[in-house]
Design a protein around this ligand. Structure first.
Ligand SMILES: Nc1ncnc2c1ncn2[C@@H]1O[C@H](COP(=O)(O)OP(=O)(O)OP(=O)(O)O)[C@@H](O)[C@H]1O
Length: 477
């Protein structure tokens, strides 16, 4: 659909672009990225024919751009520029209708019939019909941006060139606009070439990205290839980290702010543990990076407060209301439920070389009727819900979080086996809660082996001790 070949040039002998070549297929949503001043707008101007290159050429549908008459070109390429002020005296409908100019063949030709329908459709698609009789200067920046998009769509182009189309739009309109553009590329074969400053939006929506750096192409490829941590750090000269999008298989770049305040090293231990009849609670002075299976706050996140509530209800909504009653914010809290008396919880700190962990376990042990046993009162013990918390005083990687969860589970199962407790939850493990939370301060724990061993022995000992406490109570009751 569009071939850019060895394009070089700029303004009045001042060279901006240097030997830029790439192709865009019909129906692609193609993003142009690059730092301020890297030449993105200059490239778009050359593709639209607004600026002549010094060298190289642009082929539109295999024909040189320069060989098109301007009206002929306007039927193929529409441009949504950064907002200009000349059109502010038009009404919305008039501004959108300007998009039909290229399709009118004679002087004073009536716009009605087909043109009228297309203008209406363009206004509907961009949600501006309700403002159609308002003047452009009576609209907000985002509303105006949508009118310009409607104007470009009314042109019924095959290629749409956009310079930061989401500028001025709130997140809901950003999503709506890009969803719509994506749909048109897929359903109508519209080709969209768009400049983006937001690399994450570009990664979410574009089929391919071109990264410009100082007027030259750094890479043209799929988003996952283009958005490599080191590449983006070098080109944009900033600190970022790459993360997968939580819902769709696309990369996202996370800005890493300068740490203006130095975070004091923190050790979570017995001093932070509060036990009452209603709940066991740990409130950390700083948020801890947490991975857990819990009733509230499950998954990965940063949390301040960790509670294990004594409750008969196991309903997320009720736990949430309970936390609010206690003055805790559910969005900062990881919440679990247990039916045991909370004084039967077992907790202990364990020390490795230069780091420590703090483990808290609640186990619910029940007597189970065993018809096969002849001896009455023999204790056939079955485990109910077991909640295991492991606090790591140190800095660990995502891999270490996963390994820690696995090791904590292995240690729990081993302790149950050694205490002759049948783990009915092996078949129903969703009721168990496991949590690994790291302070992410102090030492970086690179030695997965020594961390793993400490977690294993810590969880093993705490699970056994919690079972013993629970068993003693049962025998005494
Ligand atoms: N009309 C002009 N005359 C002279 N130089 C210009 C003109 N327009 C842009 N430039 C220069 O060309 C270079 C590239 O500008 P361009 O607008 O293409 O960058 P950009 O990547 O779109 O930047 P931004 O992200 O800031 O919009 C800049 O150094 C700019 O100062």
């Amino acid at each position: 659909m569009l071939h850019v070949k060895n394009l070089s040039g700029g303004y009045n002998g001042y060279s901006v672009l240097n030997n830029v070549s790439f192709s865009v297929e019909r129906g692609e949503l193609f993003g142009i990225l690059g730092p301020n001043g890297s030449g993105k707008t200059t490239l778009l101007k050359m593709i639209s024919g607004l600026l002549l290159p010094e060298q190289g050429e642009v082929l539109v549908k295999s024909r040189p751009l320069q060989s098109y008459h301007s009206k002929e070109l306007a039927k193929i390429i529409a441009v949504l520029p950064q907002v200009s002020s000349e059109v502010f005296a038009y009404t919305v409908k008039e501004a959108v209708a300007l998009g039909r100019y290229a399709h009118q063949s004679g002087w004073l030709q009536s716009r009605y019939a087909d043109d009228e329908e297309i203008v209406k459709e363009a206004m509907k698609l961009t949600g501006v019909t309700k403002y159609q009789n308002k003047l452009l200067n009576e609209l907000s920046g985002g509303e105006r941006q949508r009118v310009f998009l409607a104007q470009a769509l009314a042109q019924e182009p095959e290629i749409l060139l956009l310079d930061e189309p989401t500028n001025h739009l709130d997140i809901s309109y950003q999503k709506e606009l890009l969803d719509q553009l994506k749909k048109w590329t897929k359903k109508r074969g519209l080709t969209v070439i768009s400049i983006f400053h937001d690399v994450n939006l570009a990664a979410l929506y574009c089929d391919r990205l071109l990264l410009l750096n100082e007027g030259q192409i750094n890479i043209v490829d799929q988003p996952n290839e283009v958005l490599q941590e080191r590449r983006i750090q070098q080109v944009y000269k900033t600190d970022i980290a790459k993360q997968p999008h939580p819902i769709v298989p696309k990369p996202q770049m996370i800005l890493l702010p300068d740490k203006s305040e130095t975070v004091e090293e923190l050790s979570i231990d017995e001093r932070y543990l509060k036990t009452s009849d209603e709940m066991i609670e740990i409130r950390s002075p700083i948020p801890l990076k947490t991975m857990s299976s819990a009733v509230i706050g499950a998954g990965i996140g940063w949390y301040h407060t960790f509670v294990n509530c004594h409750a008969s209800q196991d309903h997320q909504q009720e736990l949430s209301s309970f936390l609010k009653e206690k003055g805790l914010n559910p969005s900062n809290t990881v919440g679990m439920l247990t039916t045991i008396q909370l004084e039967d919880a077992y907790s202990q700190s364990f020390y490795g070389e230069g780091f420590s962990i703090f483990v808290v376990v609640t186990t619910c042990i029940e007597k189970a009727a065993d018809e096969s046993r002849e001896v009455k009162h023999s204790l056939n013990l079955v485990a109910g819900t077991i909640n295991t918390w492991v606090f790591i005083n140190g800095h660990i990687s995502d891999e270490a979080f996963i390994q820690s969860m696995m090791i904590a589970t292995e240690a729990k199962v081993e302790a149950l086996r050694d205490m002759n407790v049948t783990n009915q939850n092996m078949n129903d493990s969703v009721t168990d809660g496991t949590l690994v939370a790291a302070t992410q301060t102090g030492v970086e724990l690179r030695n997965a082996d020594s961390l793993g061993k400490l977690i294993y022995s810590g969880v093993y000992k705490c699970t056994k001790s919690a079972i013993l406490k629970n068993k003693m109570r049962m025998l005494n009751d």
